[in-house]
Design a protein around this ligand. Structure first.
Ligand code: ADP
Ligand code: MG
Length: 248
């Protein structure tokens, strides 16, 4: 592995243009993670973690739109418009770019459960032998990754684990590795310790104090899962006793 292996090929950093904001107390500007966007440095694989509601989807969506992903439709760059209202955060972001990717994909969290329908709706074909509708969510998502994610692409994935078994999450890591070696860049929001495990990647934690880099072993996802699996019985005993106490 060369030291600059994880240099970001397309998108280097994201900056919030604060001077343009008129209503700082209103969503999305009220989110601590958004307020803290001071030249967020990206690498070839950048993860975003944080509690539900911390702003991961808001941020990924805004970066995707600011980068030029279509709101709907298209053959190369497309996203699914399953989310009712988009924030206008993208208009307040300054992206430091290098060159243009040759391919790309933005998958919203909600879309992983209907990847097959959406791809069919968009009239995109060529995902292997079987119709995507004959495949499970996880199978169709991996078919998408393996057949449609191309070299020199920018891929923005919001909670891809929703559709994936642990062994398919490992397959996703293998695919990410092959694609990074072929000049791709990934931005991924995830809660899954396996998905989060790409070596050398940057991990940003979003919380009430803002957004900051964190090491893999220091993430709550990894610590909690490790503690749980190491001594499940003890962990559960403590957890369930505490719950009973609360209910007294
Ligand atoms: N269109 C919207 N209008 C107002 N608030 C929103 C909107 N979309 C999301 N939010 C709120 O912003 C916060 C961050 O949401 P989101 O980016 O979806 O978080 P995450 O993806 O980390 O779970 C949540 O509290 C959510 O309720
Ligand atoms: Mg989300």
């Amino acid at each position: 592995m060369t030291p600059d292996r994880l240099e970001p090929p397309f998108l280097r950093s994201v900056l919030l243009m604060r001077e343009r904001i008129e209503k700082p107390n209103v969503y999305p500007f009220s989110l601590p993670a958004v307020q803290a966007l001071d030249g967020l440095e990206l690498s070839a694989v950048t993860y975003f973690i944080g509690e539900n509601g911390s702003g991961k989807s808001t941020l990924l969506e805004a970066i995707a739109v600011a980068f030029g992903f279509n709101a709907e439709g298209g053959t190369v760059n497309f996203s699914f418009s399953t989310r009712r209202s988009e924030s206008d955060l993208h208009r307040y972001l300054r992206l430091a770019r290098t060159r243009r990717p040759r391919a790309g994909f933005f998958l919203r969290a909600e879309s992983f459960f209907n990847v097959a329908s959406e791809i069919e709706r968009l009239g995109v074909t060529g995902y292997g032998d079987r119709s995507l509708h004959e495949q499970s969510h996880g199978e169709s998502f991996m078919a998408l990754v393996n057949h449609r994610f191309e070299p020199n692409g920018l891929y923005i994935l919001d909670e891809p684990e929703a559709a994936l078994s642990p062994s398919r999450q490992l397959s996703l890591l293998i695919a990410i590795h092959a694609l990074v070696e072929q000049g791709c860049q990934f931005l991924i929001a995830t809660h899954a310790p396996i998905v989060l495990a790409y070596p050398g990647a940057t991990i940003y934690q979003l919380d009430e104090s803002g957004i900051a880099p964190v090491s893999y072993d220091d993430t709550e996802h990894v610590r909690l899962t490790r503690d749980f699996l190491q001594d499940r019985e003890r962990f559960l005993r403590r957890l369930l006793v505490a719950k009973v106490d609360l209910e007294k």
